[in-house]
Each structure stands twice: as C-alpha cells, then as structure tokens.
Design a protein around this ligand. Sequence first.
Ligand code: ATP
Ligand code: MG
Length: 371
Amino acid sequence: MQLNKLTLLNFKNISEATLEMSPKINCFLGDNGMGKSNLLDAIYVLSFCKSFSGVPDRMLMKLQCDCAMVKGEYLRRDAREEVVMGLSAGRRKSFKRGGKEYDRLSSHIGTFPLVMVAPNDVDLIRGAGEERRKWMDMVISQGDRRYLDMLIRYNSALEQRNKLLRDGVVDHNLYMAVEMVMDGAASYLHARRREWVEKLTVLFGRYYRIIAGEGRETVELRYEGSLDESPDGSMTALLDGARRHDEAVKHTSVGPHRDDIAMTLDDMPMRRTGSQGQCKTFTVALRMAQYEFLREASGVRPLLLLDDIFDKLDAGRVERIMSLVTSDDFGQIFITDTNRKHLDEIISRMGSSYRLWNVDDGVFTSDDVTL
Ligand SMILES: Nc1ncnc2c1ncn2[C@@H]1O[C@H](COP(=O)(O)OP(=O)(O)OP(=O)(O)O)[C@@H](O)[C@H]1O
Ligand SMILES: [Mg+2]
C-alpha cells in the first residue's frame, strides 16, 4: 500500500500543505516543534480515525480555526483510494472513503494498515499492564473481527458484574448470567492472545537479533494469561475462587482484563533492567514484528512511520534498522529527524532514492534526492 498524496488544511500547526510522497522513503527534517510529528499524526489519523497523541479531535484543528481537513490519496491493492477526514467546530467528525461517509468508524480501522514507531513506545515496556493489553487487543483485532466482538462482550459483562458487586447484590442467578457470558468470551480471548504472543515472540526475537547484532542478547515475550491460574482453565472456576475477595473489594479482581505480557532480556525483566538503547531496540523490534503480523493478516504492506527513531541508538543499530526497513519486506516509510547530516549519511549508504522535506513552522519544502 502506498500514500501518493497528502493534503492538509489547518491540521495542528500546519495551515496548508500538499505533499506528493515518494513510494519508498520520505524524510521530514526540522528543528524541535516544527511539525514533523504532526505530519505523521495526520497520516495516522487517516488509518485510525483518531490522533496518535490521544488528544481530542477539536485539538487537531489549528488554533483559532474552526475547521480542518486531512486527505490521503492511496494506491491499495492496485486501486486508487481516497480517504478524507473533516473536522468542523460543533459538528460531528466526517470520515469518508471514496466519497462515502462511514456508518461505523471501527469498520475503517485495519483497512489502511499502518505501524508507527514513536518516542513514547517505551511505555509498552515500562508502563502498566494496561498498555500492553491495549496494544495486544489493537493488533489482534485488526486481523480478527471476532476478537473485537468478544472483547466488547467481555468488557460489557465485566462492567455488569462490577456493578452487581458495587451494589452489594447477592442474587446468585444474576451473577451466573453475566459470568456465563464472561466465560465464553474469556476462553476465546485467552486462546487468541496465547497464540498471538507465541507467534509474535518468534518474529520479535528475529528482529531483535538483526538490530542488536547476532548473539548479543536474548529476548523473550511470554503471555501471562489469567486463565492459566484457574484450576480447570475456565473463567467460571477462576471467578468462583475469587468470589469472597471480589465481594469484599467490590470489583472483579481476576480475568483477561488483568492479563499481561512478560518481556525479558537475558531472562531479566526488561522494564527494570533494560538500558535506554536496549529499550528502544526492544520497542522497534516489537513494532517490526507487529508490522509483519499485520502484513500477513491484511495482505498489504502497511505504511511505516518512524518518529525520532535514531535517538538513543548506537550507529550500528541505526544502520541495521535502516537496511531492514528499506528492504522489500517493508513498503513505504516516513521518517523524521532533526539532523540532516545524520539522515543523509545513513540513507546514502542504503543506496535508495528518497524524498526529503524541510519542515519549518508547519511549512514543508521538498527536494528529491536520487543517489
Ligand atoms: N492545534 C494546534 N494548533 C496550532 N499548533 C499546534 C496545535 N497542536 C500542536 N501544535 C504545535 O505543534 C508543535 C509541535 O509540533 P510537532 O510535535 O510536530 O514537532 P516536531 O517537529 O515533531 O518536534 P520534535 O523534534 O521536538 O519532536 C508545537 O509547537 C505545538 O504547539
Ligand atoms: Mg516530534
């Protein structure tokens, strides 16, 4: 898949921009705060219908403006496609593919696959389990619609059970009804998560070794599923065992909403012992594995957005990442950096042609570089 042209109007600090993209490497170069990450965010919005930074839609409109637009013209499965997001103060967000408004935005997600590598990815390692669950759910559900349905079903039953506990309800039948729903959904989530983490750890380990250098460090991902703690592997038995405790604390203390992924480096927990560069390598390798997973699930090569990825990495790792992402396994890429010399040196060694934009206060000027 390829983004051929991006048009922006009043998107964050970018008043107006039309960018014709290179089919392979696109670099955005500029000082801090100039709008490089904002540009990547605009591309992200067209795939996920919301900002990467998590800010509400109204904050995507340029200050003092009451409307904004992001339009992407793509080539996807040999067909031209157009995706447009329109924002207007006080109105519902408009999101169109091929001129047609979506009924449900969730049906768009996954159609224009994209992977972003961002500075705050380190939260995947250092953050709470919720970060890892959100990530796992987001990636699995892009390749498996049923997973998303099951997740929604589980979460709504969980909410009902928590309400019963909060209200001090003692009617056993009411608990049985919601716990049956939780049981069915939980075993599906558990099986899919286990399968996914097992698959991902192989891809991830391979990318880690490529980036860190062969034989340097051993890394592993291990699924920590709550159902593994159940006497017979079922959610029902797990809930039975926790019932007294749950009634006392008035919420559900066990289940897939507490699952996690253990991340280790040389058998030590990554979140405690990883150096900054190792954490960065770890997250880049996680994103590469996610990329490969999505490519297989969707049958198209996702867009790859690399925001500030050279920070904290030694020269060898940077070079290995660049030769990886410029290979044919990866498609179109978008890279930001603050240092032109740095970027020129790295990419010139790759021998690929690329397009480079200078970003200055939301204004983009480009020069084509063919080596
Ligand atoms: N809605 C908005 N309207 C106007 N400006 C905005 C809006 N949202 C964010 N900005 C501005 O965009 C700028 C940040 O841009 P961005 O994050 O893209 O910088 P960057 O080029 O990636 O910098 P760095 O190298 O530090 O990562 C900030 O100055 C911020 O104030
Ligand atoms: Mg930035």
